[in-house]
Ligand binder design. Structure first.
Ligand code: UD1
Length: 422
């Protein structure tokens, strides 16, 4: 196991390129099940992508990775199964369910369990796919689905705008018979990216990015050849890093139009974020940040995936910040760890109150989930003395070359072998 050793106190300076989006790459890679052929570029090199490629390989697809491009082609027999061993390491494996039923008429997918940030059921995915005609059973921890003939287009109104649920139904509907209308659909930019990729293969989709998506099923899809959008959460994490460590960083391939709520909140806190030409942005800290409140919400609201990093930034801000989490029921696991660095934070239900302190002091902390680990790393950049972050395998799931990018910006961060069993 590995850990990060961070010597805080260095300002960040220089340029960083934002990698391709993890959360857009995952569903598009699974969309290759529908098309049988895919060439995806700008795919970030990180563990969830490796897991997805492994899953596709195990199903019988030929998967080739070269740099940031992944090519998938269906070879001979396809095994329509996603086993426990892979699903347990990545909940997003559930995104193969819709494509498998739509293309092969059957699927057997291990039920994703809960995770550190909450229960995270998939009931809405299953309800919607059943409505499209799939016969779904849950037995011994596996979801088994079958359809006689093709899935049928229908109207689906989600109780909650679930991102994964919307993606599963969107993909399944491209090969269903007739028209599917998804109401109360999630509007996240990654869904727009998925729809654009599918359209390249001939899918008929309208309304992505709004809460009503209409899909007219076709009998055949061609190859997907697509470049993934930049990762808005990675970009937001680097903004938060500048908010903590200070300095001036130019970000390239910055997905400006997808980060409205995040930019607004960091600007409200006093960070300077200047749009330059050619998808570049200059982020500059000129003064101590001011305490600022956020409420996490579905897109276009403030993303839950930026809550931990924003909280870390508020730990050193002047005044009080109130942070309310409305998407996941247990997404404050980083609070205890930030407290180890000296942060003054209290939790009441789904709300956290941060009283900004003058300084954070390095300590040993343990990452509990992907975004929590990012919050600890960036807090470590601003803490005095040395911070050691354990269980960084969480971070490796979703950030491409995080420590290398930070090193290039002048941070003193090293990956070392952990002396602990984790
Ligand atoms: C996706 C993102 C994740 C992000 C989340 C919310 C990927 C791979 N992951 O996760 O990074 O934090 O969106 O923006 O893109 N729910 C149900 N039943 C369901 C489905 C969801 O109750 O069938 C609940 C969940 O428990 C959660 C909420 O709905 O409380 C949002 O979940 P959802 O939007 O589905 O998130 P994911 O797709 O899992």
């Amino acid at each position: 196991m590995e850990k990060f050793v961070i010597k805080g106190g260095k300002e960040l300076k220089g340029k960083v390129r934002i990698s391709g989006s993890k959360n857009a790459s995952l569903p598009i890679l699974f969309a290759s099940i529908l098309t049988g052929k895919l060439r995806l570029s700008n795919v970030p090199d990180l563990r969830d992508i490796t897991t997805t490629c492994q899953l596709l390989k195990q199903m019988g697809f030929d998967v080739r990775k070269s740099g940031n491009t992944v090519e998938v082609e269906s070879g001979g027999d396809i095994k329509t199964e996603a086993p426990y061993e892979l699903v347990k390491t990545m909940r997003a494996s559930i995104l193969c369910l819709g494509p498998l039923i739509a293309k092969y008429g059957r699927a057997r997918v291990s039920m994703p369990g809960g995770c550190a940030i909450g229960l995270r059921p998939v009931n809405l995915h299953l309800k919607a796919l059943s409505k499209m005609g799939a016969d779904i059973k849950i037995d011994h921890g596996y979801i088994t689905a079958e359809v006689n003939g093709k899935l049928k287009g229908c109207e689906i109104t989600f109780d909650f705008p679930t991102v994964g649920g919307t993606e599963n139904v969107l993909m399944a509907a491209t090969l269903a018979k007739g028209k599917t209308i998804i109401r109360n659909a999630a509007k996240e930019p990654e869904i727009v990216d998925l729809a654009r990729a599918l359209r390249k293969a001939g899918a008929e989709i309208e309304g992505e990015g709004t809460d009503v998506i209409e899909i007219r099923g076709t009998s055949d899809l061609k190859e997907i050849d697509y470049r993934v959008m930049p990762d808005r959460i990675e970009a937001g994490t680097f903004i938060a890093a500048v908010g903590l460590a200070g300095g001036e960083v130019e970000m390239e391939e910055f997905p400006f139009e997808t980060l409205g709520a995040v930019i607004e909140k960091f600007e409200e806190a006093g960070l300077r974020i200047e749009k330059l030409d050619g998808n570049r942005v200059l982020v500059k800290k000129v003064d101590r940040l001011k305490g600022t409140d956020i409420i996490t919400q579905p897109y276009p609201g403030f993303p839950t995936d930026m809550q931990a990093q924003f909280m870390a930034a508020m730990c050193l801000a002047d005044g009080i910040s109130v942070i309310k989490e409305t998407i996941f029921e247990n997404r404050f696991m980083h609070v205890l760890e930030l407290q180890r660095l000296g942060a003054n934070i209290s939790i009441e239900g789904n709300t956290v109150v941060v009283k900004g302190t003058e300084k954070l002091i390095g300590a040993k902390v343990t990452a509990t989930d992907l975004r929590a680990s990012a919050s600890l790393v960036i807090a470590g950049l601003a803490a005095e003395n040395t911070t050691e972050v354990y269980r960084i395998y969480h971070l490796d799931r979703g950030y491409e070359k995080m420590e290398k990018k930070l090193q290039l910006l002048g941070a003193d961060i090293r990956r070392e072998k952990s002396e602990l069993p984790y």
